[in-house]
Design a binder for this molecule. Structure first.
Ligand SMILES: Cc1cc2nc3c(=O)[nH]c(=O)nc-3n(C[C@H](O)[C@H](O)[C@H](O)COP(=O)(O)OP(=O)(O)OC[C@H]3O[C@@H](n4cnc5c(N)ncnc54)[C@H](O)[C@@H]3O)c2cc1C
Length: 379
């Protein structure tokens, strides 16, 4: 069934992107999974092709494309079977650069957005802290007003690309009070008061996840993003796109995993029959395929509504909740299709399984998604 939202130009874009990824990214993924990080040269390759400019201003090297081009990038990266690679390569643009494009000054766009689009500089989004993940309003990293600059002290954790990056788009506390005391600013990585270390984790092995400490880090006043004390609201606004990207990524990974599982079921025999002839397994495939098709349609519909600037906070939370939980269920089932081989590292199901687990946690947990939905429905 042809999708309503994708034109022939979108399809051409998808094809050339897929060719590029198969040539420049896929051959290196196993090595990056081993090494626990992606080299900056990989980001640069995407930058040189213009993929980091999707949806951003042309005056800074971007392309005024619609949201479905961005979703194609998300889908094709997630079909390379390394959600960590996809997360690392995407968080630079869809998390960090998004804030600069939406709320950054001319100064910040010239010095960070433009070199970010060409991938000469790599950015990351630093919100979460050891004591504040779901509860963003409780962040403690302090930005003290020292006249012509801010002095930053505090720490961040779980930050994707936080070791290798060149700058942080960071949430900091500029006033004591909760929601209305948070600001966003660019913290340049070059300051000697910044220390980082990479965390070891269950999945997303190709993606570097960092702990960061800021010890008397000087940030010029012009690095403030948008208005002072408006950071919490900027973060909430940007969560809508972030959640749709996570939903789209989960569904693309699910599609890839299901195709892989189906292939295995057609090749493996038990009791002198192909596995794909057993009704129990056929019905599981049927159920997963039906759910996948419905979730894809729902998710694309919300992408379209976001693009038309409709209020989709509740729908983004619904999609993030259902798509990431679905991917978790599907990755479990696909591993099960492979029996003992599914548990072996040399088969793709193992990476699919461990990579899916973060889906219901990052970008707002499933519990927080249910809270948002319930608040919107019940009050
Ligand atoms: C691999 C990885 C990459 C990440 N990348 C980034 C990044 O690039 N930038 C960034 O800023 N952050 C990043 N994060 C952080 C991520 O967004 C947080 O982990 C997430 O928001 C949850 O916060 P927490 O871990 O502090 O859990 P907590 O907030 O401590 O929650 C713990 C548990 O309590 C539940 N809970 C909390 N509050 C409620 C409530 N009100 N009602 C019901 N249940 C509740 C949660 O759902 C969860 O199950 C990343 C995390 C990981 C693991």
């Amino acid at each position: 069934m042809n999708n309503y939202y994708f034109t022939s130009e979108h399809q051409l874009f998808r094809k050339s992107l897929r060719d590029f990824l198969n040539r420049e990214i896929v051959p290196h993924i196993d090595q990056w999974e081993e090494e626990g990080e992606i080299p900056k040269s990989a980001f640069k390759k995407l930058g040189d092709m213009g993929y980091y400019g999707l949806g951003f201003e042309e005056s800074y090297g971007g392309m005024s494309t619609d949201i479905f081009y961005t979703m194609i990038l998300v889908e094709e990266l997630n079909k390379c079977n390394s959600a960590g690679t996809a997360a690392s390569l995407l968080s630079h643009s869809t998390l960090a650069l998004e804030h600069l494009s939406k709320n950054g000054s001319e100064f910040l766009k010239k010095n960070y957005l433009k070199p970010g689009i060409s991938a000469d500089l790599i950015g990351c989004l630093a919100i979460s802290e050891p004591q504040a993940g779901s509860d963003v309003s409780n962040i403690q990293t302090k930005a003290e007003d020292n006249g012509d600059h801010y002095m930053i002290n505090g720490s961040k954790t779980f930050i994707t690309n936080g070791v290798k990056c060149d700058f942080y788009v960071a949430a900091v506390r500029t006033e004591e009070k909760g929601y209305d005391g948070i600001s966003m600013m660019v913290i340049d990585r070059s300051d000697s008061g910044i220390k980082t270390s990479a965390l070891k984790k269950l999945g997303w092995h190709a993606s570097e996840t960092a702990e960061i400490s800021f010890d008397n880090v000087r940030v010029p006043k012009e690095n403030l993003i948008g208005e002072i004390n408006k950071g919490f609201y900027y973060i909430m606004e940007k969560f809508e796109l972030e959640r749709l990207i996570l939903s789209t990524g989960a569904l693309a990974s699910a599609e890839y995993a299901l195709e892989y599982g189906l292939q295995y079921l057609s090749e493996r025999k038990a009791f002198n029959r192909s596995l794909n002839t057993f009704q129990e397994l056929r019905h599981r495939v049927a159920q997963l395929s039906a759910e996948l098709a419905c979730l894809k349609a729902f998710n694309y519909q919300i992408c379209d509504a976001l693009q038309r600037k409709e209020n989709v906070t509740k729908e983004c939370a619904m999609s993030k909740l259902l798509c990431t939980e679905f991917m978790d269920k599907l990755s479990y089932q696909v591993l099960q299709f492979l029996g003992g081989y599914g548990y072996m590292e040399e088969y793709k199901a193992a990476r699919i399984f461990r990579d899916s687990r973060i889906g219901t946690i990052g970008g707002g947990t499933s519990e927080i998604m249910r809270e948002i939905i319930a608040k919107s429905i019940i009050g």
